[in-house]
Design a protein around this ligand. Structure first.
Ligand SMILES: O=C(O)CCC(=O)C(=O)O
Length: 195
């Protein structure tokens, strides 16, 4: 499990950082979705945004062991550099994208997701795009996110009260893609039915 210091100044100023290949295979395996937790389909449309894929979500209190430990570790590392608005993670979400149409259009995570948003790719690759504008689409960064990458997004309020999550999207994978993400949901864990 990676515990080296991470430079997060850009997280506040730019809105995102990518820690490429941050987790080794054993660490990724330890963060897998609990087998008994069922996948549910993502809502196909959220406002103007279309998406396709699967998710499984639990309050962080319901996870133990490596998943809980990773959340605490990465929250602590970010908090060493970012002082303003670091609420504890309270929600853990696994996502599954199958080859074909599974993707998420450009969107900002809702403003009730505050503080840092941490997304770990457990397996599979997809285009991860950061946009300056949705319409017209203006891409400010674009990479293939792959095994063990950790992407940290600036959630609402992180580093300043005006902070918002950057516009971002993920494309369809070539093979099954699995992620786990950590968020603080101001509405309480799972406090929004349509993900
Ligand atoms: O799958 C990913 O890497 C990002 C997912 C995403 O954009 C989201 O959950 O808001």
């Amino acid at each position: 499990m990676g515990e080296q210091a991470i430079g997060v100044d850009e997280l506040v100023s730019r809105g995102w950082i990518r820690l490429e290949s941050y987790l080794d295979p054993a660490s990724r395996a330890s963060l897998a979705k609990p087998a008994g937790l069922p996948w549910r389909p993502l809502a196909p449309r959220v406002g103007a945004i279309t998406q396709s894929g699967w998710f499984a979500q639990v309050p962080i209190e319901e996870v133990t062991g490596p998943v809980r430990a990773f959340g605490s570790m990465i929250h602590g590392l970010i908090g060493q550099s970012v002082e303003a608005h670091m609420p504890a993670f309270n929600e853990v979400t696994w996502q599954r994208y199958l080859p074909g149409n599974d993707h998420i259009d450009p969107h900002r995570d809702q403003a009730f997701y505050s503080g840092p948003i941490v997304i770990v790719t457990l397996a599979g690759c997809a285009q991860f795009v950061i946009l300056a504008s949705r319409n017209p689409p203006v891409i400010s960064a674009n990479w293939v996110t792959g095994d063990g990458d950790v992407v940290i997004l600036r959630g609402a309020g992180l580093g300043g009260s005006e902070s918002r999550c950057p516009l971002h999207s993920v494309g369809p994978p070539a093979t099954e893609r699995l992620t786990v993400s950590f968020r603080h949901n101001e509405k309480g864990p799972g406090g929004w039915a349509e993900r």
